[in-house]
Design a protein around this ligand. Sequence first.
Ligand code: ZN
Length: 1015
Amino acid sequence: MTRTEGIKVLCCNRRLNQFIKTLFKSCVTYLEAIWCCEELRDLVWIILVFYRINLVFHSSAMVKPRRKHIFNIYTGFYCSVIILPQICICSLFSTPPSDQFKKHPEAFPVATNREPFPWRELRLPSMVIPLHYDLFVHPNLTSLDFVASEKIEVLVRDATQFIILHSKDLEIMNAALHSEEDLRYRKPGKKLNVLSYPAHQQIALLVPETLMADLRYYVVIDFQAKLSDGFEGFYKSTYRTLDGETRTIAVTDFEPTEARTAFPCFDEPLFKANFSIKIRRERGHIALSNMPKIKTVELEGGLLEDHFETTVKMSTYLVAYIVCDFKSVSGTTTSGVKVSIYASPDKWSQTHYALEASLKLLAFYENYFDINYPLPKLDLVAIPDFGSGAMENWGLITYRETSLLFDPRTSSASDKLWVTRVIAHELAHQWFGNLVTMEWWNDIWLNEGFATYMELISVNATYPELQIDNYFLDVCFEVIKRDSLNSSHPISNEAKTPTQIHEMFDAVSYNKGACILNMLKDFLSEEKFQKGIIHYLKKFSFRNAKNDDLWSSLSNSCLEGDFTSGGFCYSDSKMTSNTLNFLGQNVEVKEMMTTWTLQKGIPLVVVNQEGHSLRLRQERFLKGVFKEDPSWRALQEGYLWHIPLTYSTSSSNGIHRYILKSKTDTLVLPEKTSWVKFNVDSNGYYIVHYEGHGWDQLITQLTQNHTLLRSKDRIDLIHDAFQLVSAGRLTLDKALDLTHYLQHETNVLAILKGLEYLESFYHMMERRNISDVTENLKHYLLRYFKPVIDAQSWSDEGSVWDRMLRTALLKLACHLNHAPCIRKATELFSQWMESNGKLNIPTDVLKIVYSVGAQTTTGWNSLLEHYELSVSGAEKNKILYALSTSKHQEKLMKLIELAMEGKVIKTQDLASLLHAIARNPKGQQLAWNFVRENWTHLLKKFDLGSFAMRFIISGTTSHFSSKDELQEVQLFFESLKAQGSHLDIFQIVLETIPKNIEWLEKNLPTLRTWLLVKI
Ligand SMILES: [Zn+2]
């Protein structure tokens, strides 16, 4: 808003309006662009201006004296009460930053050359915006560096004498500015003085004369840098061929803030622009980028230069390019999009499943979103070294090899589910994230929550046999662990620094985002939800959006009709665009959903059944904080959710709905019922506690005939019961009693869920060396699950979830030294050794066979040799896990050393390796000591806020359950803080360990007694 417009808003009287305009213009004449509030003389100027205008008015013969008097009062009031503060405010905020800088250079930071740096904010100013980048890059894969240049077309919104860009670790050789006229008449540009302020990863280009508002300019920069050694920016990755040759490729990974390490740019998601990219390469390589190649130009000296089509308008973090020697398979969708899967030549044969899946999923999304994929091609590339699972660069998606490649010989059922999910996730981003982008990283859940949620929708439709909705329950259960700690954060959360932005990529953004979307879909109906997101995507295509924009689109209740030019349509004229009519209640979607996005934590719904009435109460669910604790009340204050409840009862299996908006409420049932189950199919994001006889009634029903409850409800009950134990609402023996019905259970997921809790108790006891309970739990597990363990075949037969159950049960049985399991695994491993690793072992038991084999030195060494030679990432993961189960510490240490070196074991796998070693009772201390002693070395390999570092910290500490361990962790984190390193994960771990200690203190006696009774 300019100053003129700002004042216009205040005035409704036309004559007065005219007057104020005159006054304002006079103000501008006299005050120019100074800070009016800071010095008294400015106030004097304003009074003088008012006096001058008054004089003009009074000298007019057309105005009667009485009117003059009224006018005097009127204008006096306006000038002093409204205009003056307004001008002050306007001046304060609209004083051009260049002027602020000129007036107060001492208030600005100091650049590397000791000159004042003209910008002090972390966010870029909006007075100059990018329109188009011409980017040329020439990486040298031998000297491992690159030279590059760019021409950025910018539009100046407000006159300025500098341009601020992001740039990190780049050597700028030359920077020049061209006007449109310079380019038209081929005049030389003006050389720019470049200042650098590394603390904010920014450079300032100082222009010799003021850049004029509304004009376009062209910034030309030549720069160079080393290819990065890590996993971000423009980095090198290597792979070994079957002949043992090591080859190097160069690849980019920019999200969230690393594009600035590859080229100076406006590196914020809001600054969308078009990109025309040229890549120079050697003949033996290929170059890939977001768009298809237009042509290749042969250069003197044998080099080639690929020119790519200009991209659509997009954010910098989605730009990508790769120089490699990979091979591909391709196919075309019915809508004409060419899809290709790239991998290193020896892995080419593992690309076919990805091609089939991506063709299917792309076609599904085009249909579901009713928007065609806007680029002519889509490449999916398996990168040998990759920091995260995958990255959704528009048109050039990059994956960790194990997230894209599928090897029928070694990839298990769970690998297939993972690959399909990651492809579905990244393809969903081509719409959620790429086409419509969040305005700022605080709303990253709009990208990640949606992409995670769309995995469920798209895989369910394209691969129903994978039964992904079973898996989705765990997506929510997983984040509840995090969200029931006080150190959790709201989905939409402030993020300023690059480290804070990195930390936003966590379970809350991904999983909780997806779970609340699933809850909203269940509330709105599938059809309305889909219409709403189509509306949202169409309205904000090639633009940016925030939380509220989504709620406005989703609350549009039209089922039919068009969504014209971003307007709303109404199914009921009485409703506002944000209101839905729901069971006679008007529901504000935005009002409801902001209780889930702006508020951290998860609600606990407490149900108390008395005859026909159900007394309901909502609280904040907190793990390890008991109602009798002094802190409980304070932690509850201010929390209230609008919870779309669902329930079914023993007398009515239909789904009943009710919205709980207050702390307490009462529901009256039409008929008497023995039990009631809330959160039908676990679609809601809340935990339920049944007070009084509620749990007993449900346990009785499960024991008598569990099939009267829906299968997902049974899984949900197991989950909630153990969660309630950790919050002191239910005793452990009651939760354990509930699992007793599992011997009659046929639903794989329910068995897996029960097993998961029992197994986690076993591991806790084993790690703490509580031998009597460990032994008794082992006997109980083997006896209780014997029929189902013995029923397992050592094969890959059955549905995906039957196969998952087989892997889980046999893994447990062999871990517990169950003789038949060990016998069979040893036999298969011997055969495998005799065949020199050629024998095909069923993929679902591969990890188990290798783990048993790794317990002897010969077996361990053979596996490590085989690891080096294997070209299957899926197999390598299984071998590495097996190697990490060794009881010999020197072997475990050797693995860590190899992963640090990065040749035999890739450094990308260090985090999961440390996690696995820390889960091994013989390795837990080793892994933890290693992290403490090698912190600075680790930071050279991974960024502080990266997935890997966070996983390394939580993976090696969060299972601790003793006071000594807690003290060690506390001391270590304090020493890191003293060095200036801080991460949210420190707080999470420091909250988790005391809760583990408390759980053990409270529940160990109960567990011990319960086992004695049961075995
Ligand atoms: Zn994602």
